[in-house]
Every structure is written in C-alpha cells, then in structure tokens.
Design a protein around this ligand. Sequence first.
Ligand code: SF4
Length: 367
Amino acid sequence: MLELYSKKEEHLPQISESELSDAEVMEEMFSIKERLKDRVIVLGHHYQQDDVISLADIKGDSLKLAQEAAKLDKEFIIFCGVHFMAETADMLTSLEQKVILPDLKAGCSMADMANRTEIDRAWSYIRNSTKQSIIPITYINCDAQLKAFVGENEGAICTSSNAEKVIKWALEKGEKLLFFPDQHLGRNTCFEMGIKLEEMVVYNPNHLNGGLTSEQIDKAKVILWYGYCSVHQGFQVDQVKKIKQESPDTIVLVHPECNFDVVQASDLNGSTSFIIEQVKKAKAGDKFAIGTEINLVNRLAHEYPHLEIRSLSPYQCLCTTMYRVRPRWLLESFRSIERGEPINVIKVNEETKKLSLLALQRMLEIS
Ligand code: SF4
C-alpha cells in the first residue's frame, strides 16, 4: 500500500483536455517554467514519458537523482518519478525546500511488497534463528519507513548502480545479509560476486515465518525478500533464446531487476545508467535487445538511429505508475507554486528522515 503522509493534502489533477490541449499545456509549461526558473528545478527519471523528460533540468536513474538532490539549492523540486524517489529527495534537501510529486498515486509495485510491520516481524524471526551477525540492506525502491529501519539497524541503502559495492561493504561488516524488497537484484548481484545460489534463501512474508525454518536461515549467507518489479518480471528467458536464434549478433542487455534466468542468458546486465552507457559507446550498426522499461528503450532507439534498438519483449513493458506523471499534472504543480499554494508536497516526518539519512549517507559514501 502506498502511504501518503497527508491524505488531506492529496490534490487530484484538474486541468482537463477540454480546458487545454496537449500542445497548449506544453506551451504554458515552458513559459511558467521560465518565470519560475530561479525557484524551481525539475528532476526526471529515465522511465518518464518523452514530453515530461523534455522538461527535466536533470534526468537520471535513482542514484544520480539522489546524488543531485543532495546538491540542490532551489526552493521547489518537482520530482517526475515515483513516490519513494520524491521521499528520498525530501530527506536529502533542507527543511525549507519543498519536493513536489505531480501525481501522488505514482507509486511503485515493488516498494509496496514490503512494509515496516512485515520487516519488523521478519527481523525478529531471523535474529532469533541465528547467532551470526546480520546486516540489512534495502534497495532504494522502498518506503521511507524501511529506509529508517535500515538506518537504525546499522545497514545501508543501495541502488542498482551500486548494489555490488554496498553488498561487499555489508558482508565485510556482518556474516549475513537481509536484502529487500527486490529478490532479483539481490540474487543477481550476490551471484556475480561469487555467492552460490544454495547460500541464498527467499523469505516470503505471505507465509508463516517467511516459509523458512530457523535451520535454513542459520545456514544461509543471504536472505532475500520475496519482492520483484512487475515491469522487469515481464522479461522471459524464452525471449532471449528467440532473439539469439533469429539474430545471434544482437546484444541482449538487461536490468538486474529481471529474473535470474534472463540475466544469465543475457550478454550484459546492469543499472539504467549502465544500459545507457553501453548504447552510447556502441558502434554504428550494433544491435540491441534491451530488457528494461519501454519509455527508455524507445527513447534510446530514437536518439541513436545508427543503432538497431528494440525491446527484448514483444509486449510493452511499461511502468504504469511512472506513466501517471503527465505533462498537464506537471503544469498543475507549476501553477500551484506560482499562486503560492504548492500541492502534493512530499514530507517525511523528522524521526523517519533522521534514521533514513544514516542509511542514505552510508550509501553515498560507499558509492
Ligand atoms: S519500473 Fe518497477 S521498480 Fe521501477 S518504479 Fe516501476 S514498478 Fe517500481
């Protein structure tokens, strides 16, 4: 469940298509953005739709946007991404700065797969099952309460760009790892670091004691949470095999949120930034089948016409929650700032923020 810090403040976007056409929305947006340029900055995640990305002052993946947010001095940050990213930006900015999410319903299905009650219950069971020291690591795609949990328990946050470094740090510090909420990023990264599949177990919060005996927990090196990204889960190993049969020289390049079999069958895997880097440095005529969100894949295909770029999947692997941020909702955010009544401001409470920052700062130092 997506937690809104103040449901009363939730503002449903109002600008209808009968009031303004899409072209008029963009026209007004460029002029209002110019008027507010000393006070407002727009951050955009790579999975946003093209019109939204065209308005972003800074675009990036979760790590880059978190690093950039920590350096911003503007009064308002409009975050074109999903809820956990806006929360992270709020934690990294000052009390006076305001972070706005154009649509409060832009959540993340993966982040919703772990909540604080479930994590507390799992932590207690896991700690009672072993005498070994355990370090909790959360993928940044989670609610602020989980970031606070990790901060409080000597752990750290990671993104797909720095997961290996953070996991290495954690395993130097403790004997075991609890990794949530994305089992695939955890499994794929640990496996590449030389940890065997037999040393990893999956804790499923829908089962009693996560479906694990104390003995299984005691033997495991890594305890993975049963969570996943519904978008990246859409890529299948059969799609990789089909592409390799039809076009053996096509490079299959996937995100580590894809399942283990897909990542193993691919040629390359890495974060969103890694994927973009591979495309940037490719030579004319190179072919790619990319396993990540469709808005990014289509944009890369458009920006690099000398390459052959397509999605790994024949289906549209679209992040529907990222897609909720529409240009007209962004305009609504700008208008609200201009009239002095900003809407959809994301505020993390101070105690949660303080603890989460411990984990976030550890991540930024390790990265
Ligand atoms: S792509 Fe997946 S992990 Fe990223 S925001 Fe969408 S649902 Fe969440």
